[in-house]
Write a protein that binds this ligand. Sequence first.
Ligand code: DMJ
Length: 662
Amino acid sequence: MYPPSLQPPPHRDFISVTLSLGESYDNSKGWRRRSCWRKWKQLSRLQRNVLLTLLAFLIICGLLSYMNTTHHWKALSGRSSEKQKARPDIPGLKPVNPPVLPAPQTAGAAQGLPEIPPQKPRKHSRRGPPSLQIRAPDKDVKDRIQDRVEQEQEEPGNAHKENSQRTVISWRGAVIEHEQGTESPSRRADVPTNRPGPESRTQKASAPLNKRQKAVVEAFRHAWKGYRKYAWGHDELRPLSKSFGEWFGLGLTLVDALDTMWILGLTKEFEEARKWVSQKLQFQKDVDVNLFESTIRILGALLSTYHLTGDSLFLEKAKDFGNRLLPAFKTPSKIPFSDVNIGTGIAHPPRWTSDSTVAEVTSIQLEFRELSRLTGNEKFQEAVVEVTRRVHSLSGKKDGLVPMFINTHSGHFTHLGVYTLGARADSYYEYLLKQWIQGGKKETQLLEDYVEAIEGVKTHLLRSSEPSKLTFVGELAHGRFSAKMDHLVCFLPGTLALGAHHGLPAEHMDLAKALMETCYQMNRQMKTGLSPEIAHFNMVPQEGHQDVEVKPADRHNLLRPETVESLFYLHRCTGDSKYRDWGWEILQSFNTYTRVPTGGYSSINNVQDPQNPGPRDKMESFFLGETLKYLFLLFSDDADLLSLDTYVFNTEAHPLPIWTPS
Ligand code: DMJ
């Protein structure tokens, strides 16, 4: 036996590489080839096979890894070019095809729109006004975080995919089919035109958002969350039943909110809505629309969004829509019918009368005039100027105050003797002043009618309440004064302030301030801090009575904008911060009593019952189109953001440019 260390090793095949250190170094190719061959020959067959197998294995591995790397690079370069398209805002990531649509305002945007910091995920717990929800705060925070996650994950309108076949009856009785989404997505190839427009781009950049503006943005997002999820592409959100209501079947809320999203800097939301307008909004449908409502909300929104963005998509839609409204003016008197079918071109008055409402036929002028200016086609302007001309020369006014109805056959006022600054007459007065401003203050007849009407208000409709001596605007019916004031009348302080800003007498501003205080009190004296639809003023000093009283039928609040609209003008024109504080209170009341936790805001039944305000399950489009926009502008530190010297807001808060001499 050998000692273990000396025993010969068991026979094993192995590969050895021997370096022949003894041989002189010759680096010639021939020597190396010979030497390798000799070594190869010295190997056993098994060793050679192992080596060959190993070599083959290495080659296969090499090939596989090469193919994999090539694929990975292709995928990577594909993704990065997609990224480039999607993020044109990242420096260094130059898009292959630069987007046609100028992005909504972002920090330092060259367009000169307000400088707003890029959208960051919200810090949900701190930013919004405290304790704004009826529900418990901790749940609120969870909801908001959930909102965000859901919003980022879901396609708009998912909640209603299962209902998409249902037929919806509009409240005006028109049957509207859901859109089936058959239209193929159109390519986004619209190039901003060089027509008169995009004036806002010349504005200087504005200050970053302050805390109150951020609260408005948060409120908008919450409202939009509900609309996006439960009512996408439909007219109005029904936030409690998590469904929607149709009126015209034209995505009214989405369209009405377009320029608000732009102004608030909500890039992502705007882009998604723009895509819907581009791919889904089409007007060739058999549906009756109200001429006034669709003009101020849809035509007005399309025109202002065109001006803000420079995106010709909106002008094309405005043109199409404007053309479809024109048949309404084909009446014996040229005073338009209230309704027109945009598919068939058949216009008609309401079923019960051949009258139209005076405010309705006299508050479409800003939009139609602007459409003519943009298209170079006079027909739109001619139609509405004719209405203004006729109304101007009609008898039946009382010191510039107009009745509420006008007949489409005779062209005369009807129901004479009733005068109000509220429903059915309100925006007649507003548009006298605003047309004068829009046209560069040249059309003196408009100004004269406006000034005369304000004198008429002072003479016939102005009174003072008890005990606080609030100045209010009542109504006159056949010589009898009624101390009743619609919340709608609260547009008036703003309009008066706007007139004073444009050079009308200082007493207009005095009246504006007095009425503003009244409108604020109409909110403040309610237990929810929100105004009723109609207020009655106490004119007799009586113990235990306050200035503002509300009748059971008038206790509702529809999320209307008029008070905050006027606060915006009053703050712009005076710089007095109390108007902002009042607006802030109102926003908090909206958040406390009208906000629906799952998304959206709702009209309420009773502004006097904070325990049970009675949500009505409806979010009007003007809450997004007007109310939140005016609040945002009220809180803005930049007085040049949509300057009153550059823009005039239509009666739905859509800014249109003041014409300057070319
Ligand atoms: C809006 O559609 C407009 O402001 C209109 O002039 C009056 N009614 C609503 C808001 O209250």
